[in-house]
Design a protein around this ligand. Structure first.
Ligand code: SF4
Length: 147
């Protein structure tokens, strides 16, 4: 069986994060990692975008691809930060055009506290967010577990 090799890029606002929620959800195949349920997968790279405007997106992806990555996940922090990363769609377009690599929005399920506040703020009111959040919305008990 082939192995999905995954690179994770995190928003630099969370650069001190040790990846607890990302790695836990990867092991449990939750959130955006549910696509690898019952499949072999490994994480071959984990780094930050290096801060706005995201200068490391280009170089980190290249290094991950050299390490065998076939898919890049933007960590859930891209989606739930206050505000969400303003460049996430550009970054996805850039990587898919530059490297012909699959890019996935999100890693672990959205924590409920972020979900609740973004609902109040109507951050995700534009219909484009339906697609962006699809893999990480999960159900409420799961979101609560990631608070
Ligand atoms: S908002 Fe976007 S560009 Fe800025 S640090 Fe976060 S991921 Fe990087």
């Amino acid at each position: 069986m082939s192995i999905h090799k995954i690179g994770i890029i995190i928003c630099d606002r969370y650069r001190r994060c040790a990846g607890g929620k990302c790695f836990s959800s990867f092991q449990k195949r939750q959130g955006a990692f549910s696509r690898y349920l019952h499949q072999n997968a490994e994480i071959v790279g984990y780094t930050s975008c290096d801060g706005c405007p995201g200068g490391n997106i280009e170089y980190a992806a290249e290094e991950m691809i050299k390490n065998g990555a076939s898919v890049i996940h933007f960590a859930t922090g891209f989606l739930v930060g206050y505000p969400p990363c303003p460049s996430l769609e550009y970054f996805k377009d850039f990587l898919t055009n530059r490297y012909s690599i699959e890019v996935v929005y999100g890693t672990h399920p959205i924590p409920q506290k972020y979900y609740t506040l973004h609902q109040k703020l109507q951050t995700w009111a534009d219909p484009k967010w339906d697609d962006i959040l699809r893999d990480t919305l999960s159900d409420e008990p799961t979101r609560i577990a990631y608070n």
